[in-house]
Design a protein around this ligand. Structure first.
Ligand code: DGJ
Length: 725
């Protein structure tokens, strides 16, 4: 028995006849236990709550009988196909000699403690017959209960090996039943949730769209064990692939009731020809487990994202005024001058100039022309961006700009000059998504061009303070005139995109960038390493946003969610602003046309937001009342000290005089502390119906609760929570 417990220990598994190697991947509350048997098969013995006594991990496998099947590799740590395997593989190959079999046996492992909180376990597997190996990486974040897993595939055969499937992760879980929460959507309908019990067989979540890959389905999901987890109870695993391209997640409930989750790049149209000595590094798959329901899992993930993934996750963000819905393509210098003044008047930090500022031969006056020609349109902006940046500064605000550098309209100079830079089939009719095509980022020259779009803007305008990076088209007719092997296209496109983003961040490490994809078509933790925030959806109807932001909030922290106040929906300005305040606040309205009181309300709301934003951005988020389960939706943000908070409440169903009939029970407070709740964001001329001179114990607020008095006359109520000493 060879038990690995000590950090920094490097082990090679020379095993005696009955020896067993146990490799736990532990976090504060969870463990995934890998074990190796006498035949050097490496299996997952356990995924669940961490055991107090580590020596007991070795007993799990006999208690659970996970692998009591015909093959002996049902719960393999990385299921290889073509030898003993009978289920969905994690990896499938054709060797250089044409043979299709693979068997991966344990060779050694090592564990490195990267710092106080982060460790990395590497497990080296090798085929006993072929010179083919896989190293599995498990990077664990102890305090956040998050694990990232990826694989590195290599060989030294005589010739190329074709990888037909190359998963990032292969998890195995054991429970009585499993409940999957997954998402689907489309433009303006992102993050529609469905939760169902998994039946035997394979359920696949995937994307084949190439770019804007999440348009119909994102890779984020949850699996509850034994019963659907609620906000505060139940065992639940959250999973997500850190990848912005085609993904595939197979959830296979096998004949012995194990759930196997195999996640990675989608192998659709993508057999990869791996050269001898080349390392194929998969993207990471991340998971977090909670024994205390969905709320705890989401807070773990938020902490992890802020500390380790999201760009500037513990930093500040800029509030802004965007002109997309205020002007669409119809603007000029005079109009923008006014908008810059409005930005200041409103009280936000930055003005964001959206689509339509560029292209001359084919001016960008609608979405049919000009994309790709990133020179200021001389009619609209005779003095260029630089004069706008200056003018913004004179007005005491910052200036940001929209780009969509991966794309091109066929009606553009770029397309005319470089038809071979475009993703299209050489002998087929072109087919467009929003009248545009995707540039071939597999081509290094195109990568230089895309990098140059951003670099030029910053070189000419060093004070440019913000970029909105859009990506509106999916990939049709996938073909690169640059690549020799077309089956590498989808993978090389993503490599090209990340290379460009790496270069941008190497030179401009801090400038805030919004990840937009015609809405939420590209929101994932690979991209969010380069972006400070994402655009959840073009649907800014605040009622719809309550539901959408709710679902996003399970996976992504509030400071990354850009929420703009627009004219979508029928709700009053207060409701729209209150909803937008639940993340990173922005506006996209005609400020000059706001009635006096609406403007006054917005100005006061921005000032309130500035007081509370650090709680919303960096605090813990507690879902108190779900909009799908109740007529009132309530979400609480609480600072780490449990001293300050902000509680958002909305009427989401106004039929039959619905209102907040019961008090909303708060969570996360210190039961011993005393708190005062004060209503803020009151529309000018209205007064709160709530009494503010009472203080309550945290105990009372969590057991009995507080009624925000939400009703058809008070459809949105924000309460500031302050500790009373
Ligand atoms: C799609 C984005 O989601 C919108 O916010 C806007 O930027 C338009 N593109 C501009 O074309």
């Amino acid at each position: 028995m060879n038990l690995l417990l000590t950090p920094f220990l490097v082990l090679t598994g020379l095993l005696t006849a009955n020896a067993q190697t146990i490799m736990p991947v532990e976090t504060r509350n969870t463990a995934m236990v890998l074990e190796v048997d006498q035949k050097r098969d490496c299996r997952i013995a356990y995924l669940g709550e961490r055991l107090e006594n580590k020596t007991e991990y070795q007993r799990i496998s006999s208690a659970k009988e996970l692998a009591n099947d015909y093959s002996g590799v049902l719960n393999s740590v990385y299921t290889a196909s073509g030898s003993r395997n009978l289920v969905e593989p994690a990896i499938t190959v054709t060797h250089a000699d044409g043979n299709n079999s693979l068997d991966l046996r344990y060779v050694s492992h090592d564990l490195k403690k990267l710092d106080e909180n982060v460790s990395e376990l590497r497990v080296h597997l090798k085929d006993p017959v072929y010179n083919f190996e896989v190293t599995l990486h498990y990077k664990s974040y102890y305090n956040e209960d998050v694990v990232e897993q990826w694989s590195v595939i290599r060989h030294h055969e005589r010739g190329n090996v074709i990888l037909h499937k190359y998963a990032s992760a292969n998890l195995v879980m054991k429970a009585e039943s499993y409940w999957l929460r997954q998402y689907y959507g489309d433009w303006a309908k992102e993050m529609q949730a469905e939760e169902t019990q998994l039946t035997h067989g394979i359920k696949t979540l995937d994307s084949k769209l190439g770019t804007r890959a999440n348009l119909f389905q994102p890779s984020v999901f949850m699996v509850s064990m034994n019963k659907p987890a609620s906000e505060d109870e139940g065992n639940v695993l959250y999973g997500a692939l850190e990848y912005s391209g085609n993904f595939r997640i197979d959830l296979e409930l096998d004949h012995l009731n194990n759930l196997r989750i195999i996640a990675g790049i989608n192998n659709y149209a993508s057999p990869y020809s791996l050269k001898a000595g080349e390392a194929f590094v998969t993207p990471a798959f991340l998971y977090t487990l909670s024994g205390k329901g969905k709320g705890e899992a989401s807070r773990q993930l938020h902490r992890w994202a802020r500390n380790y993934k999201l760009l500037n996750g513990n930093g500040d963000r800029l509030t802004l005024l965007n002109n997309w819905e205020a002007t669409y393509f119809d603007f000029n210098e005079n109009k923008l001058s006014e908008l810059l003044k409005d930005t200041k008047k409103l009280g936000v930090d930055l003005f964001l100039l959206d689509d339509g500022w560029f292209a001359n031969k084919y001016p960008r006056n609608d979405d049919r022309a000009g994309l790709g020609d990133w020179k200021e349109n001389k009619t609209k902006l005779p003095n260029g961006i630089s004069s706008l940046v200056k003018e913004a500064k004179n007005n005491g605000v910052k200036f940001g700009i929209w780009i969509e550098p991966e794309m091109v309209n066929p009606k553009s100079e770029l397309y005319e000059k470089h038809p071979n830079w475009v993703v299209k089939q050489p002998v087929r009719e072109e087919y467009y998504f929003r009248n545009q095509l995707v540039l071939d980022l597999a081509n290094p020259t195109v990568q230089d061009f895309v990098y140059g779009v951003v670099d030029d803007l910053f070189t000419k305008n060093p004070e440019l303070a913000y970029i909105k990076w859009d990506c509106n088209a999916v990939i049709y007719n996938a073909h690169s005139s640059y690549l020799k092997n077309q089956s590498h296209f989808y993978i090389e496109y993503m490599r090209g995109l990340y290379r460009v983003l790496e270069r941008i961040r190497a030179k401009y490490p801090k400038v805030p960038m919004m990840l937009c994809s015609g809405g939420g078509g590209r929101v994932d933790y690979a991209a969010l390493q380069y972006f400070t925030e994402y655009w959840p959806s073009d649907n800014t109807d605040p009622l719809e946003r309550i539901f959408m932001q709710w679902e996003y909030s399970y996976f992504f922290p509030a400071l990354s969610s850009t929420n703009h106040v627009t004219d979508w929906g029928k709700q009053p300005i207060k409701f729209r602003t209150d909803v937008a305040m639940m993340g990173k606040l922005g506006f996209d309205i005609v400020v000059s046309k706001l009635p006096e009181n609406d403007l006054k309300f917005c100005q006061e709301a921005i000032s309130n937001y500035n007081d509370l934003k650090s709680i919303i951005w960096h605090g813990d988020q507690f879902r108190l009342s779900h909009p799908k389960e109740s007529s009132v939706a309530s979400m609480l943000y609480l600072d780490e000290r449990k001293a300050e908070g902000v509680l958002f409440n909305y009427l989401v169903n106004n039929r039959y005089g619905e209102r907040s009939r019961l008090p909303v029970k708060l969570k996360g407070l210190d039961p011993k502390k005393k708190y005062r709740l004060t209503e803020i964001n009151l529309y000018p001329g209205t007064t709160s119906t709530l009494s503010t001179d009472i203080s309550y114990s945290g105990d009372f607020l969590m057991k009995i609760g507080f009624n925000p008095d939400v009703n058809s006359g008070r459809t949105s109520v924000i309460l500031k929570i302050s500790e009373v000493k």
